[in-house]
Design a protein around this ligand. Structure first.
Ligand SMILES: NC(=O)C1=CN([C@@H]2O[C@H](COP(=O)(O)OP(=O)(O)OC[C@H]3O[C@@H](n4cnc5c(N)ncnc54)[C@H](OP(=O)(O)O)[C@@H]3O)[C@@H](O)[C@H]2O)C=CC1
Ligand SMILES: CC(=O)N[C@@H](CCC(=O)OP(=O)(O)O)C(=O)O
Length: 345
């Protein structure tokens, strides 16, 4: 199978190159970039020397459609929606890492992304690429809306409790912390070393674009309307996301009881690892891997459950999950090319 990457010179793009270079059934056919076409990827990223030394190419719809079977879109929201439909019409499978096709309601996209939405038909066609919950739909998809990084960590943490009917939704609070690579390779004041180092900063409180994505998926799984409180923070590390989730329990349960239910729930999910009672995950324990690690505490004093969920934002939060989705579409084992042990220390 021949794959292309649009936005190959960004952080998610180079992670896709790393995984696809090790994938037994995929050949990287084209690396595409609009600002660095003509350059060799190894000159932009020397760590790819001898691994992938392809020249970046321009966006040429007909040529891309002729040479590739599947395209990854590792470009910003607003850009994907102008490109994806042209390739869908030519029969290619499209996996979009941006937020352009995640929200089913175009008005919500306009409100939270402050941009015009993609055409409604494509929003309806897109399958939300969270394999632990939408595996059957993903297998038949032509267009995948790969989840956002915070929603991946938050949803893998809370959705089992939602699906098993353990928690009250009106009390749901999600506190997210992200490493700086979540903002991409582009330079900005917010990701400047002096602004991030020795600092912890909350941002986009109450207006973060991942809020409606988390709400939409919880509503889809539960069938109930919900509004959440979500507060993202930028912290001085390169990779990793931790979401700490607080929810009221419908009936009292011990930590051991909730842990046991989560373990059973994720028994057949390769990439979701549930910790034993009293063991809480840290971002370094999933660094460089496609795992999501989940720790749970039931606070019997407040009758709340607290769930700690960690991922590598560029992998399970972006490129690794995109490869997992590709594997499901092509009928390969979901872990093909993704069985990397986390890098520690
Ligand atoms: N980093 C992360 O942890 C995560 C990222 N994502 C999403 O993945 C996508 C890529 O993110 P990331 O790799 O971090 O971003 P980067 O900023 O590192 O890379 C962005 C890429 O988009 C391309 N690009 C930018 N503007 C345009 C344009 N107008 N037309 C065509 N290409 C363009 C750039 O190429 P060029 O230099 O040629 O302009 C570059 O390759 C985004 O939608 C992001 O939200 C999702 C989850 C997590
Ligand atoms: C640290 C950091 O800045 N993270 C980014 C994540 C953006 C992202 O993944 O964008 P999508 O909307 O395409 O999902 C943010 O919080 O906006």
């Amino acid at each position: 199978m021949k794959a292309g990457i649009i936005g190959a010179n960004g952080y998610s793009g180079v992670e896709l190159i790393r995984f696809l270079s090790n994938h037994p059934f995929v050949q990287i056919e084209m690396l595409i970039s609009h600002s660095t076409s003509g350059k060799n990827i190894k000159d932009l990223y020397p760590h790819l020397s001898d691994v992938c030394e392809k020249t970046l190419e321009n966006v040429d719809i007909d040529e891309i459609a002729e040479r590739t079977d599947l395209l990854f879109f590792a470009v910003p929201s607003g850009v994907s929606q102008s490109l994806v439909p042209q390739f869908l019409k030519k029969g290619l499978t499209c996996i979009d890492l941006s937020g352009d096709f995640r929200l089913k309601d175009p008005d919500k996209y306009t409100k939270w992304y402050q941009k015009p939405p993609a055409h409604q038909g494509y929003l309806q066609q897109a399958v939300y690429g969270l394999p632990e919950f939408y595996q059957e739909q993903i297998k038949n998809a032509k267009l995948i809306a790969n989840p956002g990084c915070y929603p991946t960590a938050a949803l893998l943490g809370i959705l089992p409790a939602v699906k098993m009917g353990l928690v009250n939704f009106e009390t749901l609070i999600i506190d997210g912390k992200s490493g700086v690579s979540g903002a991409g390779r582009g330079v900005s004041l917010g990701s400047h070393f002096c602004e991030v180092n020795e600092n912890v900063k909350a941002y986009k409180i109450g207006v973060h674009q991942h809020t409606p994505e988390i709400e939409q998926t919880i509503q889809d799984i539960s069938g109930e309307q919900i509004n959440i409180n979500f507060t993202p923070h930028l912290i001085p590390m390169t990779r990793g996301i931790m979401c700490t989730i607080y929810a009221g329990l419908k009936k009292p349960l011990t930590t051991e009881e909730v842990v046991e239910q989560y373990k059973q729930f994720y028994e057949s999910s390769y990439f979701a690892r549930v910790r034993e009672a009293g063991d809480w995950p840290a971002t370094k324990e999933v660094y460089g891997s496609n795992y999501c690690d989940i720790g749970i505490v039931s606070d019997e004093r407040t009758n709340r459950v607290m769930i700690i969920s960690v991922i590598d934002n560029v992998i399970k939060g972006a490129s690794g999950q995109a490869i997992q989705n590709m594997n499901l579409i092509y009928g390969w084992e979901e872990w093909t090319g993704l069985t990397l042990t986390p890098v520690f220390p």
